[in-house]
Design a protein around this ligand. Sequence first.
Ligand code: NAD
Length: 494
Amino acid sequence: MEKDDTRHLVEQLKSAGHLDRLFIGGEWVRPSGQARARVIDPSTEEAVAEIALGNAQDVASAVAEARRAFGAWSTSPAQNRAAILDRVHSLILERVELFAQAISLEMGAAIATARSAQVPNAAAHIRVARDSVSSYPFLTHRGDTAILREAIGVCALITPWNWPLYQITAKVGPALAAGCTVVLKPSELSPLSALLFAQVVHDAGVPAGVFNLVNGDGPEVGAAMAAHPDVDMISITGSTRAGVLVAQAAAPTVKRVAQELGGKSPNVILPDADFTRAVTAGVASGMRNVGQSCSAPTRMLVPRERLAEVERIAREAVSALVVGDPRSERTTHGPVANRAQFQRVQEMIAAGIDEGAQLVCGGPGRPQGLERGFYVRPTVFSGVDPQMRIAQEEIFGPVLCIIPYGSVDEAVEIANDTVYGLGAHVQGQDLAAARAVAARIRSGQVHINNPAWSPHAPFGGYKRSGNGREYGLEGLQEYLETKAILGFGQEQPA
Ligand code: NAD
């Protein structure tokens, strides 16, 4: 892939007028204010586009349009909604290359990762929502009580920059399937794929007002969405900091709040695991998407007496990574997504060294030969104490902590000893033992021996990793209210 391809993509968005507009009420409209934001290519640190940002007034217009559209959409036959989602799904797959380029440009994903994971996994959320709604029992009976599951209403959706399209479809797919209407605010740092998605929604024939897009920042647009009295539910994926602010702003209007927030997921390698496989796969999943995944297993827990062996395998696994230009087909790891993230990762690598963790590979600064761009050296620390900052705080970069344990009980204790509880991994040949450890880990997902990713498996957090579940059937139910009609089944009086 050439740089020219991404230039062409930006030109296309520009000439369509989408960079200067929001998508409200089925139309591309100019925002009411003058605020703009630059989109930075993290591989060059240069601005590649500028987008118009909305404000609280635009949020109000979008919410009004979503409210207007709610009656008809929420009562439309579920099969019709499934058919429209089917078109959304097909169009994403038809435009996979365009989306992959946009994502690579706006947040630095290696183009191969964007094509093979960022876009198809995003499409999978739409497919699952389509399938779930097709057969969902919206009406059930318990004695003479009818139990109805109804769309909750107008939903405000706030998404981050790390898996930009994927996080959008994980919310928009099930919300539309449930019969809700939505106002989406993607991350202001990764708006290009979101603009392409709005065009897909439009082209798929989603009725006007059902889907609205307001670009903007968190403090202005995100906060206005959270506080808006006519929004019934707000769902945010992002930092725990932003999730708390959203919940606080939402509290006075008692709207439902769904939060998918930070993580510091453990990867417990049991003594009987195949260490070469488990450690190699553990490095790969911890550093997948350059470590910018909320459920990345960034704490590898290993038997103390096997530490040297683990370090050797981890060093080898890291040496196979190709860090470089995200537009090169050979690259496995591009830069981290933005300057703030680069600084955060550098700060945390320095903190690990200061705290006395042992550097196995990587370290501060950029990889050799990459003087410009937010490139980070994939870094592995060993001998990490569970109480160190690098073992407790989400870093969101390619930084892996190897933590030794003495017994399996101690491993479980360390695994659970953070404020987070999003993902977890367990590796071991004795499946009964691995399942027993999985049962003791306090997190929303546990993976045993690196199974394939499943869009049907519910995803979400225990503790400060969030509230609510996304993906699969649970993801659809998140957007439903329960209504009991008592006496529904009584005999008609003669
Ligand atoms: P962030 O939480 O600030 O941004 C995520 C989304 O929330 C964006 O759309 C942002 O505009 C919005 N937002 C921010 N403040 C808001 C507010 N007050 N009200 C409403 N919406 C608001 O994420 P960030 O600052 O870009 O990243 C910082 C850290 O967040 C990362 O280092 C990482 O630890 C974490 N993060 C987690 C995820 C995840 O998938 N769970 C994704 C991105 C970032």
